[in-house]
Design a protein around this ligand. Structure first.
Ligand code: TRP
Length: 444
C-alpha cells in the first residue's frame, strides 16, 4: 500500500471530466426525466436543485477530502481516519457499488440496443411492445453482459489509461449531443407546453414529503455520492487540486446536464402530443415515448434518436466505470489483487447479480429503490457524520491547493449540522417506504 506507487490522474481536466463522467449518466437523463414526470414536474426539479446545493455539494467536498487525504480506496480510507471499526462502512459502500452497477448495466444495455437499432432499422412501429420484448429476457441479458464487458475493459486499463482517457473523449461528445438535441427540440412547435410542464412551479408539491425524499435520493444518485465513488476518484489526486472549486464544477456540470436533459425530453414529448404518456410515467417511459416521438419525425427523428441514445450510452459507460472502480480499487488495496484480475472477477460477479434484473422489471425497480433510498442515503448520512465529527481537522485537506478560499466555516457547519439532519429524515422515510414496497413485492 505504498501510496508512492499509487496511480494518479495526469491532469486537472482529466480528473474533473472523469468525475463529471461519473456524475453525469442515466441518472441525469433517464432517471431525472422519469422522476420529474412521475413527481409532477417543476416542484421536483426545484427540490432536486436545492438539495444538490444544500446537501450534495457539501457531501461531495467531504468525499473528496477523505479520498485525497487518505490516498486510499474507501474501506482503508475510512479506517485511516476513523480506526478499524469504520471499515464496515467501507464494506457497505462496496455492496452499494455491486448493487447499483448490477441493475444500472441492464438499463445501459437497453440504451446500447436502442442506439444500435436506431442506426440499423429505425424505430419500431409499436415502441410499447418493443420495449416489453427487449427490456427483459435473453435480449436484455445479452446487452447487459456486453455492456459489463465494455466497462470491465476500460477499468482493467487503469485510472489514467482507461478511465481518464475514455472520459476525455466521451464527455465533450456528450455535452455536444445533449445541447444539440435541446436546441433542436426548442424549434418544434408545441415545445412551449413541454417547458411549462417542466418549469412551472406548483408550491403545494414542494411541500410534499414524498417528493422531498425522491429529490434527495436523486441528488445523491446523480452526483454519485454516498458510496465512495467520488472518494475513490479523489484518492488518485495530487495535493495541488483545489477541492472545493472542483467540487463546484462537478456539481454544476451535473445539474447542468440534468437540467438540459429536461429541456430536450419534455419539449419533444409535448410537441408530438405524447404528454398523455408522461403523467403516469414509470421506469420505461423514455424508452417508449421518445421512440414514438422520433418515429413521427421522419428522417430527422432518426438522426436525433441516434444522437439521443448515443448520449445515454456515453453517460452510462463513464458512470459505470466509476461504480466498478470502487469495487476494483477495494480489492486491489485490501486483497492485493491485480487490477486486471479484480476487474474481470468482480465485473463477472456483478454481471451475475444483475441477471435477475435483466429478467424482471419489478426486481430492477426494487434494486434501484434499495440502492438509493437505503444504501446511498444511509451511506451519505454516515459519511457526513464521519467527516463532520470523526475526521480530525479536515481544514488542512480542504485548504491544500485551495488558495485563499474562505468557505470553510460555512461548509463545515452545513456538513455537521444541516446535512445530517436532512439526510437522517429522508433516510428514515425512504427506508420505510422501501421496506413497505419490498414486503408488497414479496407477498405479491
Ligand atoms: N451518477 C451516475 C448517474 O447519474 C450513476 C453513478 C455512478 C452512481 N457512480 C455512482 C450513483 C455512485 C451512485 C453512486 O447516472
Amino acid at each position: 500500500m505504498a501510496s508512492a506507487a499509487r496511480e494518479q490522474w495526469s491532469s486537472r481536466t482529466g480528473f474533473v471530466l472523469a468525475a463529471v463522467g461519473s456524475a453525469v449518466g442515466l441518472g441525469n437523463m433517464w432517471r431525472f426525466s422519469y422522476m420529474t414526470a412521475e413527481k409532477g414536474g417543476a416542484a421536483f426539479v426545484a427540490l432536486y436543485l436545492l438539495l444538490t446545493l444544500m446537501v450534495g455539494l457539501p457531501v461531495l467536498v467531504a468525499e473528496l477530502i477523505v479520498g485525497r487525504g487518505s490516498g486510499r480506496s474507501p474501506i482503508l480510507a475510512l479506517a485511516h481516519y476513523g480506526g478499524q471499526r469504520w471499515r464496515a462502512l467501507g464494506g457497505v459502500f462496496v455492496v452499494a457499488g455491486f448493487t447499483i452497477l448490477a441493475y444500472y448495466s441492464v438499463i445501459a444495455g437497453w440504451t446500447v440496443r436502442y442506439a444500435l437499432s436506431a442506426v440499423a432499422t429505425g424505430y419500431p412501429e409499436n415502441p410499447g411492445d418493443y420495449f416489453g420484448e427487449v427490456s427483459s429476457g435473453w435480449d436484455a441479458f445479452g446487452f447487459h453482459l456486453a455492456f459489463m464487458a465494455l466497462t470491465v475493459g476500460v477499468v482493467a486499463g487503469g485510472v489514467k489509461r482507461g478511465i481518464e482517457r475514455v472520459s476525455l473523449v466521451m464527455m465533450p461528445l456528450l455535452f455536444v449531443l445533449v445541447v444539440g438535441i435541446a436546441v433542436y427540440a426548442s424549434t418544434l412547435s408545441g415545445a412551449g407546453d413541454g417547458y411549462r410542464y417542466y418549469l412551472n412551479l406548483d408550491v403545494a408539491n414542494v411541500l410534499d414529503l414524498d417528493v422531498l425524499v425522491d429529490a434527495a435520493s436523486q441528488a445523491f444518485f446523480s452526483l454519485s455520492l454516498g458510496m465512495g465513488a467520488m472518494l475513490t476518484f479523489a484518492s488518485y489526486l495530487p495535493r495541488d487540486h483545489d477541492l472545493p472549486k472542483e467540487a463546484g464544477m462537478i456539481a454544476g456540470a451535473d445539474m447542468g446536464v440534468a437540467f438540459v436533459a429536461g429541456l430536450m425530453v419534455f419539449p419533444l414529448i409535448f410537441a408530438l402530443g405524447l404528454s398523455e404518456d408522461v403523467g403516469g410515467s414509470t421506469l420505461g417511459a423514455l424508452f417508449v415515448t421518445l421512440p414514438k416521438a422520433f418515429a413521427s419525425m421522419g428522417e430527422a427523428g432518426r438522426i436525433v434518436g441516434v444522437a439521443f441514445f448515443m448520449a445515454l450510452v456515453v453517460g452510462a459507460l463513464t458512470s459505470a466505470m466509476s461504480l466498478l472502480e470502487v469495487v476494483v480499487s477495494s480489492a486491489i488495496d485490501t486483497l492485493g489483487w491485480t487490477r486486471r484480475r479484480a476487474a474481470l472477477v468482480l465485473g463477472g460477479a456483478i454481471a451475475l447479480v444483475g441477471t435477475p434484473a435483466a429478467w424482471n422489471l419489478g426486481v430492477l425497480d426494487l434494486m434501484d429503490q434499495v440502492a438509493n433510498n437505503v444504501l446511498l442515503l444511509g451511506g451519505g448520512l454516515a459519511l457526513a457524520i464521519f467527516t463532520g465529527w470523526v475526521v480530525q481537522d479536515p481544514s488542512r485537506e480542504f485548504h491544500a491547493g485551495a488558495g485563499g478560499w474562505r468557505g470553510y466555516a460555512g461548509w463545515y457547519f452545513v456538513l455537521r449540522f444541516i446535512a445530517p439532519v436532512i439526510l437522517f429524515a429522508v433516510f428514515c422515510i425512504g427506508a420505510w417506504r422501501t421496506l413497505v414496497n419490498l414486503v408488497a413485492f414479496a407477498t405479491g
